[in-house]
Design a protein around this ligand. Structure first.
Ligand code: AQP
Length: 333
């Protein structure tokens, strides 16, 4: 039997090259080697207010995008989190075994709670729901970007705590990061990770940006005062902005470190940016074409999501039954 993979993406904003290089590209790559479940995590999205009609539209668009980047519904189950009530059910049971201090320590919680005046309980509970997503399917491998590493550690801690309180119930999930591109930084600020919720127009390259917009965003990317690319210089070059551009280039082209260094050493930043932009444009072009084709058949997307949910609901129910039994909760199954 193949090991199970699970990962998720929020239907917020517009998916960007950070999402693609950190997670989605890996999803498509490993789907044939594992029993794969990919989830549009709309319950996570509503931890921050979402305009309802917009959220509804984004769920379908994101499903279209996941198919366009190569998720194959004959091999992977593509589902929407809220269509499978067992996610929320298990999240509650896991909440009850999770110490509050573990959640308050999460970097994402600290950052998000500082940014808002009133903070919803959902932001605090976010990683417990994520643990439920993973443990519900007894996933062994979770391909994510590096920003999710801390949440994955917490999912393992929660699983361990549950197992030690109530007996072996959950598979321990391992984090799977890409070798290049695990953390793509914002083009406007290379100290911040590229994120869908950042609204600055020069922050992220969306997977649907037309070539002219991609060129403009990358040509304006923040670099440093050096005129040209240097590696391992005493002054600390390449700086974070240039390093980010080189990472984007390598992740899209698959070039090795040696080839990249040999090719770019001494190149002026303007020329580096032009080459990075062209690499991004040519990688995104086939994805954008497929996306337009897929979005012309909304019935197909609905069928893929319904089939995915039908295929994996028995696995989710089986875990919930086990958990209820282990905890002594009432269950007639
Ligand atoms: N910058 C990134 N570099 C590499 N991987 C990334 N991921 C996200 N940003 C980067 C990975 O993409 C998957 C989906 O994550 P998400 O839906 O949480 O995306 P986001 O862009 O982080 O979305 P938001 O809405 O803007 O969230 P916040 O506000 O939390 O940043 C994950 O595997 C993630 O690791």
């Amino acid at each position: 039997m193949k090991a199970r993979v699970l990962s998720g993406i929020q239907p917020t904003g517009s998916p960007h090259i950070g999402n693609y290089l950190g997670a989605l590209k890996n999803w498509a790559k490993i789907q044939y080697d594992y029993d794969s479940i990919y989830c549009i995590v709309d319950l996570h999205a509503v931890t921050v207010y979402q305009q309802p009609a917009e959220l509804r539209a984004k769920i379908e668009e994101l499903a279209g995008m996941l198919l366009a980047i190569g998720i194959d519904p004959l091999h992977s189950s593509l589902v929407v989190q809220s269509a499978i009530p067992q996610h929320a059910e298990l999240a509650w049971m896991l909440t009850c075994v999770t110490p509050l201090g573990w959640l308050e320590r999460m970097t994402q919680f600290k950052a998000k709670s500082q940014a808002q005046e009133t903070i919803g309980d959902g932001i605090l509970q976010y990683p417990v729901l994520m643990a439920a997503d993973i443990l519900l399917y007894q996933a062994a491998i979770v391909p994510v970007g590096d920003d999710q590493s801390q949440h994955l550690e917490l999912a393992r801690d929660i699983a361990q705590r549950f197992n030690s309180l109530y007996g072996e119930t959950f598979t321990m999930p391992a984090t799977h990061l890409p070798t290049v591109g695990a953390r793509i930084m914002g083009l406007d600020d290379p100290q911040k990770k590229m994120s869908k919720s950042e609204t600055g127009s020069g922050h992220a390259v969306s997977l649907l940006d037309p070539p002219a917009v991609i060129r403009k965003k990358i040509l304006r990317a923040t670099t440093d005062s050096n005129p040209a690319v240097e590696f391992d210089s005493p002054a600390g070059h390449p700086g974070p902005g240039v390093r980010n551009l080189l990472t984007i280039f390598q992740a899209f082209t698959g070039w090795s470190d040696d080839n990249t260094q040999a090719h770019f050493t001494g190149m002026r930043y303007g020329d580096l940016k032009k080459q990075v932009a062209e690499a991004v444009i040519s990688a995104l072009e086939p994805i954008q074409t497929r996306y337009q084709e897929i979005m012309a058949d909304r019935g197909f997307i609905a069928r893929v999501l319904a089939n995915g949910a039908e295929r994996i609901t028995p696995i989710a129910q089986d875990t919930v039954n086990k958990v209820k039994k282990a905890m002594g909760l009432y269950s007639d199954s």
